[in-house]
Design a binder for this molecule. Structure first.
Ligand code: ZN
Length: 352
């Protein structure tokens, strides 16, 4: 009998992926409830649910896992100082690559603990969607935020369009594992990040933009129309956050500024900094915010790139593809691209 080898291998692959899907672990999802917490998780394809008081460790599928349940630190719109800054973006569920980048560049040590001292780590959005290690990345970054504070450092996680999409129930780009998890838990996926969920509350506390020294960090960028609103960074963050989830608004519609900020020319969707913005408009926006450059994700490149002679730095280095990635390091006024091996190359501003 002739057996098509490719077909057999293909079927075997299907069996493996169906099998690993059935046996998958996922979570934990933790909800504030009755002065304690309700935990939902999936071990080997089976949903489990239990309550816990305020302790910070749980047993997660046979492993001890630290949960970060402390209140979310207040977010700032602007901060200045002589500390080093590392920035990366668009992790898209590629937790392993993120960890590799952080370890190789001495932001964290081999155990994942903070070793960046008084340094600031900025993540400009899009942890969610595409990949299959979103929950791991969210818990880790939330935990690292608390760790950094203990050493005088900071982690700034800013919202991207994929956070906002998921919170608003737009699940188009979700890895299929998460839909399966949500159905096993018996909750729509976006409700796993509701106002009562620890990660949901954490996400709802986040900013969309931060200015660190002369650098404006955000997910997509500012379109020139932002100037028409005469809004401060603080006001932009306040309105963006207050009008984050459309179904949770106390009024029927978002405000004029809220609609703009959540629209296609708003800070989480705009891509014009890499295409059609003219230099004069770019300079005007930067001057209004008293900044020298934008540092943004959202538009993918194969590495960290400079445009407009260093007025725009793109840090979405295509981590989403699951092979490699880069982070941007700013140390004593010098800008470096740094890869998963810890190799550094000076970023040149003069090319275009
Ligand atoms: Zn994006």
């Amino acid at each position: 009998m002739y057996i098509n080898k490719k077909l057999v291998l293909g079927l075997f692959g299907l069996f493996i992926s169906a099998n690993s899907m059935a046996m998958f672990n996922e979570g934990p999802y933790v909800f504030s409830e009755n002065e304690g917490y309700r935990v939902e998780l999936i071990c080997a394809g089976k949903a489990r649910s239990f309550y816990l008081q305020a302790q910070s460790h749980i047993e997660y599928c046979g492993q001890r896992m630290a949960l970060e349940l402390t209140p979310n630190p207040p977010q700032v719109s602007q901060i200045e100082g002589a500390f080093p800054v590392a920035a990366l973006s668009d992790i898209h569920g590629q937790y392993d690559i993120m960890i590799q980048l952080l370890k190789a560049n001495k932001i964290v040590d081999e155990n994942g603990s903070w070793v960046f001292g008084k340094g600031h780590l900025v993540i400009t959005g899009d942890i969610f969607d595409r990949g299959s290690q979103v929950t791991e990345a969210l818990w880790y970054i939330k935990w690292l935020e608390g760790e950094a504070l203990k050493y005088g450092g900071r982690v700034h996680f800013l919202l991207g369009n994929h956070e906002v999409m998921v919170l608003n129930g737009d699940l188009r780009y979700l890895h299929k594992k998460y839909l399966k998890a949500a159905s096993l838990i018996g909750t729509p996926f976006e409700q796993l990040f509701s106002k009562k969920s620890v990660l949901g509350q954490w996400l709802r506390s986040k900013n969309v933009v931060i200015k660190i020294n002369e650098n404006l960090f955000l997910h997509g960028g500012f379109h020139p129309n932002i100037l028409g609103f005469k809004a401060s960074l603080k006001e932009i963050n306040r309105v963006f956050r207050a009008e984050l989830v459309a179904d949770e608004l106390s009024v029927a519609k978002r405000s004029k500024l809220g609609r703009y900020l959540h629209g296609t020319k708003g800070p989480i969707w705009y891509r014009g900094l890499f295409s059609n913005i003219d230099r004069e408009a770019l300079s005007k926006i930067l001057a209004y915010f008293n900044a020298s450059r934008f540092i943004v994700g959202h538009t993918s490149h194969s590495e960290v790139v400079s445009r407009h002679f260093g007025k725009v730095i793109g840090i979405d280095s295509s981590i989403k593809l699951g092979h490699k990635g880069e982070l941007l390091l700013i140390d004593k006024g010098v800008f470096w691209r740094a890869d998963t091996q810890g190799q550094r190359v000076k970023l040149h501003f003069g090319e275009r």
